[in-house]
Design a protein around this ligand. Structure first.
Ligand SMILES: *Cc1c(COP(=O)(O)O)cnc(C)c1O
Length: 437
């Protein structure tokens, strides 16, 4: 919501790689600095009393206090919005706080969402356990492989559908267009977590999504060195048409002299509300230093994703032919049930670089994971480095064996996030680890 998020009209015509380098980061007008300055300042001086009042009442877009807006964070917001084809964005301290931010804007106590059952484990806990206990937001989880399951679970309290483009860790691809149509018919927004696909592989707004959320901690940052999240406003959902469902956006706001966000800011009401009310009251703003690190990471997003994906396909093919491997879940393999959806929704039909494989009976998956040398054994994805973990004993250990099976992370399953190293070295490391298992 800083001044930079409002101005970029040329962005729509530029290519993805150009936007990755330039969107949000013109030379600094005061100093001429070519790279984005880190505005490590809690507050910003007003020109005069009128400007102070105008900024506080949202009559002027400007900086007052970094819990609400900060110029370095605004630059990252503009860049991510441009890459996704959205109208505005709001960065947060982490991916999960971005989920809290958007649901805070859309939900009242007693409201519901319908969510895919195939979600990142942290999101499943957040939506399924904590949000219902603390805020009274109920989540109905459905099998996303049949879009009709979403329609069947919608009630008159449902305020959004939530899915992942390419799910973590199983790589399930959802039929975005079909699910967006169901959301549209129900008069509710489709929220898409595009963390694993990134806008390089898929731009959910092109298929009818209303809101895109990211953990920028993963591929957007790309180097595993700064936490962050982002909520992107698609700018197309007609909030006033469904005014009774979304009072935060459609009723006069008492904190801002009775303005109605959906009328006052018709192109990006969600992005403005997320700053002016969401970050103001919840306070999970992203730090300028982290925004700056992520800005640098995004400059190489397309080159990294290309290498991540081509490496991952070679590793998936190697594993699919390995004597100790029972199954590889990668949507670029013709054997994958999601291969057709990958071709429809993901650039070049590439299935991303995060996937799982299952070892055969009698092979010890846990032992294979801890025998790697090049791979890092840790709980993260989307790093330049190749990463490996055994979900059943770590990220999904709290689940019962039946739940693990349904989430696709039984004891025989290993999760990989393939990095950008030489693919021969990645394959050799896995080969040796499997030999010892
Ligand atoms: C990691 C992840 C998140 C959570 O993001 P944090 O930055 O760790 O809070 C959300 N969704 C997906 C798909 C993820 O992989």
């Amino acid at each position: 919501m800083g001044s930079t998020t409002m101005k970029d009209q040329t962005a729509a015509q530029q290519g993805f790689e150009t936007l990755s380098v330039h969107a949000g980061a013109a030379p600094d007008p005061t100093t001429g600095a070519r790279t984005l300055p880190i505005h490590q300042s809690a507050a910003f001086v007003f020109k005069d009393a009128k400007q102070a009042a105008d900024i506080f009442q949202l009559r002027e877009m400007g900086y007052s206090y970094s819990r609400l807006t900060n110029p370095t964070v605004a630059a990252l917001e503009e860049r991510i919005a441009a890459l996704e084809g959205g109208t505005g964005a709001t960065c947060t301290a982490s991916g999960l706080s971005g989920h809290l931010l958007i649901l805070f804007t859309l939900m009242n106590a007693g409201d519901e969402i319908v969510a895919s059952k195939k979600l990142y484990g942290g999101t499943a806990n957040q939506l399924g356990l904590s949000f219902s206990r603390s805020f009274g937001w109920k989540t109905n989880f459905v099998d996303p492989t049949n879009p009709d399951n979403f329609r069947a679970a919608i009630t008159d309290r449902t305020r959004a559908i939530f899915v992942e483009t390419l799910s973590n860790p199983e790589g399930v691809i959802v039929d975005l267009e079909a699910i967006a149509k169901i959301a549209d018919q129900a008069g509710i927004p489709l929220i898409v977590d595009n963390t694993i696909a990134t806008p390089y592989l898929c731009r959910p707004f092109e298929y009818g999504a209303s809101i895109v959320v990211h953990s920028t901690t993963k591929f957007l940052n790309g180097q595993g060195n700064a936490m962050g999240g982002c909520v992107v406003d698609g700018g197309k959902f007609d909030w006033m048409k469904h005014a009774d469902k979304f009072p935060a956006l459609t009723q006069p706001d008492k904190g801002y002299n009775g303005i109605i966000f959906a009328k006052q800011f018709p192109t990006m009401p969600v992005a403005i509300h997320n700053h002016a009310v969401g970050l103001r009251d919840l306070g999970m703003n992203q730090q300028p230093m982290n925004a700056w690190i992520t800005m640098n990471g995004i400059e190489t997003l397309s080159m990294r994703m290309e290498r991540h994906c081509t490496n991952a396909i070679k590793v998936a093919e190697f594993l699919a032919n390995h004597a100790k491997v029972a199954k590889v879940n990668h949507s670029a393999l013709p054997s994958s049930p999601y291969n057709a959806l990958a071709k429809k929704y993901l650039r070049n039909g590439w299935g991303g670089s995060v996937f799982t494989f299952a070892v055969k009976d009698g092979v010890d998956a846990g032992k294979a994971v801890q025998s790697v040398k090049l791979f890092s054994h840790l709980a993260n994805i989307g790093d330049t480095r190749s990463l490996i973990i055994h979900p059943a004993s770590t990220t999904h250990a709290q689940m019962s064996p039946e739940q693990q099976k349904s989430a696709g992370v039984g004891p025989e399953v290993v999760r990989l996030s393939i990095g950008i190293e030489s693919v021969e070295d990645i394959i050799e490391d896995l080969n040796e680890a499997l030999a010892g298992a």
